[in-house]
Design a protein around this ligand. Structure first.
Ligand code: ZN
Ligand code: ZN
Length: 361
């Protein structure tokens, strides 16, 4: 990330200090820290101050890395970082220090309270930086697009190796390997490969079970590249799919396409979810759709907005979201189809290039 991009993010954050009733913010959650500083290491803290200024704290292992990545002042400390942050906040005259309530352990909170000078207050904040992260810059959408393309390239390459007798875990390993070879630094989440009846488990982990003729196979995979996630689900079938599989597949595909067609600025997240559910209801499959229609993604694989039944948030250009309706029938199998899409000023762009028809192998 360009240093001036992080600086701009800190400035936009500190411009909201007064409405959030803080005069500084302690940033501890790694994806948020990366967003406002560029730091990719595992141990760091930021004291975000007014005017986009900040002091970044880390330990000696990250001295060189922080010097290269972080655009604000860096303080390398031995020992716990938190007391150093509190001392710096006190020196800067901070009276109301915001902290990320959803991401701070109880133990750290107690340490924070103990170290706080008399007269200063801790102010819990939640979802604040996440709110900023929801709408992506052009550079961020480009990074997500690269991650999506890597993910789809890895999928195509791995498809050449799929055959009956292969273990679910073998296919998952092949997908993961291909992602890294194609440019990912890793996977965005544990790759899902689930065959036969196990495809009805929305979050199945790959097992040693072997793919067999007549199996419906769900593949849900995502790359993490330059810090940005991608997410895609595709269905395979070994042999000749029967009428029930074909009917289910058509219904899910129709639901997914209808939901994508509903994505545009100004519509609520729950509206997009409702569109997908309406299509499945017409096929009497709505009760088998047991999760929300999608989620935001970026520096995290799951981040706001959530496209669920009660989400009143309105979509905006620059949001990157998944659209992934699915139906799951215990004892039979499940079908999910998932793309990563970007909300544009006039609608949305499907970033995922992989064809959506059932792959019959
Ligand atoms: Zn997925
Ligand atoms: Zn997803």
């Amino acid at each position: 990330v360009a240093a001036d991009e992080c600086r701009g993010r800190r400035e936009r954050l500190s411009a909201e200090f007064s409405e959030r009733k803080v005069d500084a913010l302690a940033v501890s959650f790694a994806p948020n820290l990366r967003y406002v500083t560029g730091f990719t290491g595992s141990n760091g803290l930021l004291l975000a101050l007014g005017g986009g200024d900040g002091i970044f704290f880390t330990d000696p292992r990250y001295r060189i890395q922080a010097g290269r990545e972080v655009s604000c002042r860096v303080k390398v400390c031995t020992g716990p970082l938190l007391p150093q942050l509190i001392a710096a906040a006190a020196r800067a005259g901070v009276r109301r220090l915001g902290f990320e309530a959803a991401h701070l352990s109880c133990a750290l909170f107690e340490a924070l309270s103990r170290e706080l000078p008399l007269g200063a207050a801790l102010v819990p904040v939640a979802g604040w930086i996440e709110e900023h992260r929801m709408t992506k810059s052009t550079a961020e959408i480009a990074a997500i697009r690269r991650s999506v393309e890597t993910n789809s390239a890895a999928f195509e390459q791995a498809m050449r190796h799929v055959r009956a007798g292969m273990r679910e875990s073998d296919l998952a390993a092949e997908l993961d390997y291909r992602m890294r070879r194609a440019g990912a630094e890793g996977t965005a989440f544990e790759t899902i490969v689930a065959a036969g009846e196990r495809s009805a488990l929305p979050h199945a982990r790959p097992t040693a079970a072997r793919l067999a003729a007549g199996d419906l196979v769900v593949v849900d995979m995502g790359a993490m590249q330059d810090g940005y996630a991608s997410d895609m689900t595709r269905m395979l079938f070994l042999g000749h799919p029967g009428a029930k599989v074909k009917r289910m597949y058509r219904a899910v595909l129709e639901a997914q396409q209808a939901a994508i067609a509903a994505v545009r600025p100004g519509v609520t997240a729950m509206h997009v979810d409702r569109v997908a559910r309406r299509v499945l209801k017409a096929e009497k499959l709505d009760k088998a759709f047991v999760h929300s229609t999608g989620h935001g993604l970026g520096l995290e694989i799951h981040e706001p907005p959530r496209l669920g039944k009660k989400e009143k948030l309105r979509l905006e250009p620059g949001m990157a979201i998944t659209i992934e309706p699915g139906v799951y029938l215990e004892g039979f199998g499940g079908i999910r189809i998932e793309d990563t899409v970007a909300v544009t000023p006039s609608g949305c762009e499907i970033l995922t290039p992989t064809p959506k028809e059932l792959r019959v192998l």
